[in-house]
Each structure stands twice: as structure tokens, then as C-alpha cells.
Design a protein around this ligand. Structure first.
Ligand code: GDP
Length: 199
């Protein structure tokens, strides 16, 4: 998929107020600091676009970006902030879970996992939740830079082992480095194929 245009459209607290169109949506989620903004910017060939969602007050919102006037990229609020109050966590859960469960335009959610660290309990429990609720998802291993190939391979193997232990089918998994611009074409082709099926 060639990116021709990308545009920040809106930030919302509930899926009900998200753009009222039938355009297919591709969502991105992960622990804070996983590299989500960097990846979205790299996929869209923009320097600062996903930074919109990092401006104060917008980090905990559902952010829509219109791509090629055909599909939406949706930047969902990250989880795992160390110093977030309990009430804020409950709010996050409600917003994100409701979006994932009820947004009919959602085609796939990309769960971003940091390849620089071993699999984290919070990621594994989010995977369990997605499976339990039959939300279609794919995994993107972020920060798989050329120079860290061995380390990310080790963490990938550990993750797959843990998923297999659960006896579930392994989702589609991509490797991406925003810094080295690796894996970008694979993800865009995957999105294009799914968008064609869902248009
Ligand atoms: P977000 O909080 O998930 O949106 O993450 P950011 O995109 O802001 O990135 C968090 C940190 O990870 C920043 O210091 C980035 O420079 C770094 N980062 C993002 N992508 C990559 C990558 O591909 N490789 C490496 N080595 N670091 C990255």
C-alpha cells in the first residue's frame, strides 16, 4: 500500500463518538513506550503525526487518522503506565475494551510488543483478554533493529513458547523497526489486503 495522504481527524473518549463512516479501521495498542507513535509515523511516512496523541490530555483518547481517504488508523491509549491511578486504569479499560468489543468498523487490532525486553505479564494478560473476547488481532514486535536481531529473536521465541503453552493458535506476527524502517512494507501490505476484503 502506498501512502498518499494521512490526516489526524479526531480524539474521542468513546467509540460511539468516533467518525461515523463505514471505512475500515486498523487499531494500534501496546504498553506505553512500546514505540507506537514512532511506528505509526513511520508507516504513514510522517514525522510528527502520531505526536498529536501525545499532547497533554490526548494520551488517554481514541485517536483517528484518515489514510488515503479510504481507511482509518486508530491510535488507542497505551497501557502499563507505572504511576497511573486506579480510577484512570478503570477508565482506560472501559474506553479500550468497549472500542474493541463494539466498534463494527474495526478490522484488526495490532498489539505492539517491545522486542527489547522479555515478554511482560501485562502483555500476556491483554492477549488472553483479546482471545477470550474473540477480538481479531495481530502482533507487531517493535524495535527489531538490525543491531539487536539476536536479542529480539530470543524474546520472540520466548513469547511464542508462552502462547503455545496456552494451547492457542499463534496470531500473525510482524517484526518492525521504526528506527531502521524495517517491516514497514509487510505491515502495509497486510493492511491493504484486509482493507480490500472489508471495503
Ligand atoms: P509510544 O509511547 O509507544 O508511543 O512510544 P514512542 O514511539 O514515543 O517511543 C518510545 C521510545 O522508544 C522512544 O525513546 C523511541 O525513540 C524508542 N523507539 C521507538 N521505535 C524504536 C525503534 O524502532 N528502535 C529503537 N531502538 N527504539 C525505538
Amino acid at each position: 500500500m502506498k501512502i498518499q495522504t494521512s490526516l489526524f481527524v479526531s480524539s474521542n473518549t468513546t467509540y460511539k463518538n468516533c467518525p461515523n463512516t463505514a471505512k475500515p479501521e486498523f487499531a494500534f495498542i501496546g504498553r506505553s513506550n512500546v514505540g507506537k507513535s514512532s511506528l505509526i509515523n513511520t508507516l504513514l511516512q510522517r514525522k510528527q503525526l502520531a505526536k498529536v496523541s501525545k499532547t497533554p490530555g490526548k494520551t488517554q483518547l481514541i485517536n483517528h487518522f484518515l489514510v488515503n481517504n479510504k481507511i482509518y488508523f486508530v491510535d488507542l491509549p497505551g497501557y502499563g503506565w507505572a504511576q497511573v491511578a486506579h480510577a484512570q486504569k478503570i477508565k482506560w479499560k472501559k474506553m479500550v475494551h468497549n472500542y474493541l468489543l463494539h466498534r463494527e468498523q474495526l478490522v484488526v487490532v495490532f498489539l505492539l510488543i517491545d522486542s527489547k525486553i522479555p515478554p511482560q505479564a501485562i502483555d500476556l494478560s491483554f492477549i488472553d483478554w483479546l482471545k477470550e473476547h474473540q477480538v481479531y488481532f495481530a502482533i507487531i514486535f517493535t524495535k527489531t533493529d538490525r543491531k539487536d536481531k539476536i536479542k529480539s529473536q530470543k524474546h520472540y521465541t520466548a513469547l511464542v513458547r508462552l502462547l503455545e503453552k496456552n494451547g492457542a493458535t499463534i496470531p500473525d506476527i510482524f517484526f518492525a523497526s521504526a528506527h531502521d524502517k524495517l517491516g514497514i512494507e509487510d505491515i502495509l501490505s497486510y493492511i491493504q489486503a484486509l482493507a480490500a476484503k472489508n471495503s
